[in-house]
Design a binder for this molecule. Structure first.
Ligand code: CP
Ligand code: NVA
Length: 295
């Protein structure tokens, strides 16, 4: 059976720990200039139905650093589900490339693609999940704080794709995610998280304060109403002061200063947002090596 990386529901605690160990090793060797051509001669398709900076660049650079060949395809070029079915794109593309990463509006698109693909499919963000982001996030926390088990990670903001994937990472790695948002924006109740409506209370004793945009890609029409609903949820210095003195501020980026985070917090010494962004590269290289690397 073809293995995919669509959500963190697909992997075990042992597997995520192995990916983290591999990512740390790949990162250290890359910094030393050691050649690591695990993808020699392999091609990886990268399909983007939505804009991207980090995901696209880190996948293109990551595949290249591993000796492979990335092919980026904009959603508007292939028009999956319109010009031809998702199933037909998947069955065609998997005759050419060795793996495909997809950023899509609907998680269903990526799931359907994977069902028809004979090569591994990686989720590069959907409306429901962003597993590559969560893997880079936990790599960053591990580097900064040492261990993940037992930590309190306070997510202040929309119960979205990034939030869901962080919660799933927590359930695999033994940290608690405390979500703080207006009631109507909570992640599904079946997910394992704590809910605290008041962000100042939620931040108490947190090891990490995490936020993301209030309006995700594809929700632009709701922007005004979301700005109103989330007005009390900006991560400010007051909120940060309620957490542990060693607290990290995290954000998957892109950020909107003055909305989900203040300029002061974003630029503060606690902020590790660009380390997170860098770790997208190392974490995704580990996923690629794990799925299609020559051992
Ligand atoms: N964090 C993240 O996925 O960034 P991009 O949307 O720029 O890829
Ligand atoms: N929740 C955001 C994340 C962007 C990386 C979105 O889906 O637009």
């Amino acid at each position: 059976m073809t293995r995919h990386f669509l959500t963190l529901r697909d992997i075990s605690a042992e597997e995520i720990n192995r990916l983290l160990t591999l990512a740390i090793d790949l990162k250290a060797k890359q910094k030393k200039g050691v050649s690591q051509r695990f993808l020699d001669g392999k091609s990886v398709g990268l399909i983007f139905e939505k804009p991207s900076n980090r995901t696209r660049v880190s996948f293109e650079v990551g595949v290249t650093q591993l000796g492979g060949h990335p092919i980026t395809i904009q959603g508007s070029e292939i028009k999956m589900g319109e010009r031809e079915t998702v199933a037909d794109v998947a069955r065609t593309m998997s005759r050419y490339v060795d793996a495909v990463a997809i950023r899509a509006f609907s998680h269903e698109t990526v799931a359907e693609f994977a069902a028809f693909s004979s090569v591994p499919v990686i989720n590069g963000l959907t409306d429901l999940y962003h597993p590559c982001q969560a893997l880079a996030d936990v790599l960053t926390i591990k580097e900064k704080l040492g261990a993940l088990s037992g930590l309190r990670i306070c997510y202040i903001g929309d119960g979205n794709n990034v939030c869901r994937s962080l919660i799933l990472a927590g359930s695999l790695l033994g940290f608690t995610v405390i979500v703080s948002c207006p009631h109507g924006y909570r992640p599904e109740a079946e997910l394992p998280y704590e809910y605290v409506e008041d962000p100042v209370v939620a931040a108490k004793s947190a090891d990490v304060i995490y936020t993301d945009v209030w309006t995700s890609m594809g929700q632009e029409e709701e922007s005004a109403i979301r700005k109103r609903d989330f007005a009390a949820y900006t991560v400010t210095s007051t909120i940060m002061a309620n957490a542990k003195p060693t607290v990290l501020f995290m954000h998957c980026l892109p950020a909107h200063r003055g909305e989900e985070v203040s300029e002061e917090v974003f630029e503060s010494p606690s902020s590790v947002v660009f380390d997170q962004a860098e770790n997208r590269l190392h974490a995704q290289k580990a996923v690629l090596v794990n799925l299609i690397g020559k051992q």
